[in-house]
Design a protein around this ligand. Structure first.
Ligand code: AMP
Ligand code: MG
Length: 403
């Protein structure tokens, strides 16, 4: 323990963890399997978007003539439906082509009048334009994106719109980062799996389920292991198995000062411990280090604490390793409508509900804030980010991390 960074700030803790980044492996996968993945390389467009000049309206394509007066009657050459080549037409002054949204502009034409402003005369195959055709209804080749331009940089999280953009750019396979395997190991003699009756003194194990959701939220693969009893042997065995099969280990429980806090003890004696305790409330007991070379976070056992420490410490670490640009921790300003107790040396994360008003967001703290009260987290919209010593008086505007 001599010289070990102890009870450090969140920033210092994040910096230490980043000295042991996770290995990232690239894999190319079909586009429709890439939802939520992280892009492993810059993606440049293979084509111009749009690939050809086309109409943004159903209407008539013609030549814009600044001298003309309206209404103006033009001869209709034919129809350009969406898929049809427009090359068979050549539109001159006095002529027009019926055109559908997205169809290529016929040769010679440079403006569109939407169908609502046209009177079609079927009999003599003419159209009367009630006003001047508009050049801005033409979508020009490459106006959204030029071939060769990088639209999605490495690290982009592939959201639905970005997946669509990959297709627009011509990609059927996408270079992505293989999801990291994250072992989740709960510790504690008192833990029982939901679905089995509780004996006196037992509680349902909840941390591994919540943490698995957080790992998935970041686009990675949780590996929920059986919870382990509070003995050095059981813990050693599970940690060995986790380090052999996973890229990262998350434990919960057993990192406080108690006699049965074996995660801290085993990391001290047999692992490579890099820091212990962090200035955050709730959630001050976490530790970080490596076990047989695999990075390990020892998260607190209290359910709110383990969740909060994941958001504040583990998520930035994983995002940094994979260079992912998301999902972002959204931080907003909100006005406190209930008094929130701050601390003098820790960042204080109280669970608040948020209500949008014309004055801005209002934050309420309707629940008791015990770190074992998971319902207070499940019913909250955000966590206050009160800096050490910052007042949590009613009426003060504070930063809130959206849950
Ligand atoms: P510990 O840090 O192991 O002393 O645990 C702190 C508190 O969190 C105790 O009340 C534990 O019963 C509870 N706890 C620990 N692990 C879990 C878990 N996986 N699920 C739910 N509660 C837990
Ligand atoms: Mg315990």
């Amino acid at each position: 323990m001599e010289g070990l960074p102890y009870f450090i700030s969140v920033e210092e803790a994040i910096e230490i963890t980043q000295g042991t980044p996770l290995p990232c492996i690239k894999e190319s996968i079909p586009l429709d399997q890439a939802h939520g993945r992280i892009l492993a390389e810059d993606l440049a467009s293979k084509v111009d978007d749009p690939p050809f000049d086309n109409s943004s309206m159903d209407g008539f394509a013609c030549v814009h003539d600044p001298e003309a007066t309206y209404p103006l009657t033009l001869t209709v050459l034919g129809v350009v439906p969406a898929a049809k080549e427009a090359t068979e037409f050549h539109v001159k002054h006095g002529q027009a082509c019926r055109i559908m949204t997205g169809a290529p502009m016929p040769n010679g034409s440079n403006s569109i009048l939407p169908i609502e402003r046209c009177e079609v005369n079927e009999v003599d195959e003419t159209v009367t334009l009630l006003e001047a055709p508009k050049p801005h209804f033409v979508r020009h080749q490459g106006e959204n994106l030029r071939q060769g331009i990088t639209a999605l940089p490495k690290g982009s999280v592939l959201t639905p719109s970005r997946i669509g953009l990959c297709a627009t750019m011509g990609y059927d396979f996408i270079p992505t980062i293989r999801p990291l395997k994250v072992a989740i190991l709960s510790t504690g003699d008192e833990l029982k799996l939901p679905g089995t009756p509780l004996e006196h003194g037992e509680i349902y194990e909840s941390n591994s389920f919540g943490l698995a959701g957080l790992v998935r939220w970041l686009g990675h693969e949780p590996v929920r292991m059986n919870s382990v009893n509070d003995t050095m042997d059981a813990l050693r065995q599970s940690l060995n198995a986790a380090s052999q099969s996973c890229d990262l280990i998350l434990t919960s429980g057993g990192v406080s000062m108690g006699e049965f806090d074996f995660v801290r003890k085993i990391m001290e004696e047999e692992g490579n411990l890099q820091f212990w305790r962090m200035k955050i409330r709730p959630g001050s007991p976490p530790l970080f280090g490596t076990w047989r070379g695999t990075p390990l976070f020892g998260l607190p056992g209290n359910p709110v604490s383990s969740h909060v420490v994941f958001r504040m410490l583990v998520a930035p670490y994983i995002r940094h390793s994979t260079q992912a640009d998301g999902p972002v921790e959204l931080r907003l300003k909100a006005k406190l409508c209930d008094r929130v107790k701050s601390t003098k040396d820790c960042v204080t994360l109280r669970r608040v509900t948020l209500h949008s008003t014309s004055e801005g967001l209002m934050a309420y703290q309707p629940r008791h804030q015990g770190s074992g009260n998971l319902e207070s987290l499940a019913s909250a919209d955000g966590l206050t980010l009160l800096q050490p010593g910052q007042s949590g008086e009613v009426g003060s505007w504070v930063d809130v991390m959206v849950l």
